[in-house]
Design a protein around this ligand. Structure first.
Ligand code: GLU
Length: 448
């Protein structure tokens, strides 16, 4: 056992050496590798065929220039990425992130997570991710359109419904998907809905895709609570962020009887003890694209805390839905001390390794992102199914499918954790369960 762990340690050292400076990617790889010791004992063929080494090396990485002009006619240059990580289970699938912090290390961490997340959904999708260091904040619609068109002018040659199917992530929503779909259609002369997901409802999109990540994460937490003979009823909840994931997490928490009292954006925190007014948040964020600080102009009794730390607020359920590494060891310790019993990650890798350790040691219900937030990409796969069948399903039918998928993911992670002697450890359960399916497909496909 120790010897095999040593082998995995060697693999990790090799990843560090081959990918210098990509700290988020290192973090995501280490978190998965730490779970795989007992797996390679049961499956020595994975070692022989270097499955782990191969999984850590993307199948293809594309980096390109994205030139565009702002409204003043000034030339702007951004960098575009698409990392096609694994096609073991299906076409590369994963979102595009537009954010100034984007560089290769962020896209690779997201692409790596996506492999296992997509595997957990049980649907036929491989893993990939892309994006740009373009900052949509403060840009006009026209500027966003010109950027998206330039981005797609290069990316289109790498896409296809059987090849690579992007979607949204931070900074990429329905508006951006629309501009990119339009440009793809124009360049290729093909109306190919299956090439992007997160589309508008009248041109190939799926009902529930907008809600899916938030609803799915909340279904997952609901399952973790049920496994502990508990429920959302009357639970005080925190949801960080105020984007698409956060908004629909809050909505589902309220539908399931919980009370969400705080959310945030990169400038500050809104605390509203009697429960957040979700209609107002939707109006501010989805319709008017404003900052959440404007919330207190309508609700005088609510508090806006500039630069506040949402995790200082006592709660029973915390659902980080903003970005990576937003909960550190101290935040996690604070949450546990203040009575938090469940954490479900709507964002990708929102908890640092120190924070994860705090949650696991405290034995609270901790649902890592690759399991808890898989509902978004799962519903993208449902969108692809509808596109392939030139069909569109009702909201109720699609939501039920999403709920069943989340119940299944929860059950598989739960049972895998038990099987590997770590009951209640969803990190181990998700990593092992997601990995084995990909590894077996890679063994079957031979050395490619
Ligand atoms: N960006 C989302 C994720 O992190 C969704 C990806 C997709 O729908 O392809 O899973």
């Amino acid at each position: 056992m120790a010897k095999l762990d040593e082998k995995i340690e060697e693999m990790y050292q090799e990843v560090l050496k081959r990918n210098p400076g990509e700290t988020e990617f290192h973090q995501a790889v280490l978190e998965v590798l730490e779970s795989l010791g007992p797996v390679v004992v049961k499956h020595p063929e994975y070692l022989e065929r270097k499955i782990i080494e191969r999984i850590c090396e993307p199948e293809r990485q594309i980096i390109f220039r994205v030139p565009w002009q702002n409204d003043k006619g000034k030339v702007q240059i951004n960098r575009g990425f698409r990392v096609e990580f694994s096609s073991a289970l299906g076409p590369y699938k994963g979102g595009l992130r537009f954010h100034p912090s984007v560089y290769l290390g962020i896209i690779k961490f997201l692409g790596f997570e996506q492999i296992f997340k997509n595997s957990l959904t049980g649907l036929p999708i491989g893993g990939g991710k892309g994006g740009s260091d373009f900052d949509p904040k403060g840009k006009t619609d026209d500027e966003v359109m010109r950027f998206c068109q330039s981005f797609m002018t290069e990316l289109h040659r790498h896409l296809g419904e059987h090849t690579d199917v992007p979607a949204g992530d931070i900074g990429v929503g329905g508006r951006e998907i629309g501009y990119m779909f339009g440009q793809y259609k124009r360049i290729t002369n093909r109306y190919e809905p299956g090439v992007l997901t997160g589309k508008g409802l009248t041109w190939g999109g799926s009902l529930v895709r907008t809600e899916a990540t938030g609803y799915g994460a909340t279904f997952f937490v609901n399952e973790m609570l049920k496994a502990r003979k508990d429920s959302f009823a009357d639970k005080t909840c925190l949801v960080s962020g105020s984007g698409n994931v956060a908004i629909y997490t809050i909505e589902k928490i309220h539908q399931l009887g919980g009370k969400c009292i705080a959310c945030s954006d990169s400038n500050g925190v809104i605390l509203h003890e009697k429960g957040l007014d979700l209609d107002l948040i939707k109006q501010l964020k989805e319709v008017e694209r404003r900052r959440i600080s404007d919330y207190v102009a309508i609700h005088k009794e609510a508090k806006y805390i500039p630069n506040g730390n949402i995790w200082d607020i006592p709660c029973q359920v915390a659902m980080p839905s903003a970005t990576q590494n937003e909960i550190n060891g101290k935040d996690a310790a604070n949450l546990v001390k203040n009575g938090c019993i469940a954490v479900g990650e709507g964002a990708n890798m929102p908890t640092t390794p120190e924070g994860v350790k705090v949650f696991l040691d405290a034995k609270i219900a901790y649902g890592p992102g690759k399991a808890a937030n898989a509902g978004g990409v799962a519903t993208s796969a449902l969108e692809m199914q509808q596109n392939a069948g030139r069909d569109s399903w009702t909201f109720e039918y699609t939501e039920k499918k999403l709920e069943d998928i989340m119940i299944n993911i929860h059950r598989n992670c739960y049972e895998t954790a038990e099987e590997y002697g770590a009951p209640g450890n969803y990190v181990l359960g998700a990593n092992i369960c997601g990995f084995i399916k990909v590894a077996n497909a890679m063994v079957a496909h031979g050395l490619i």
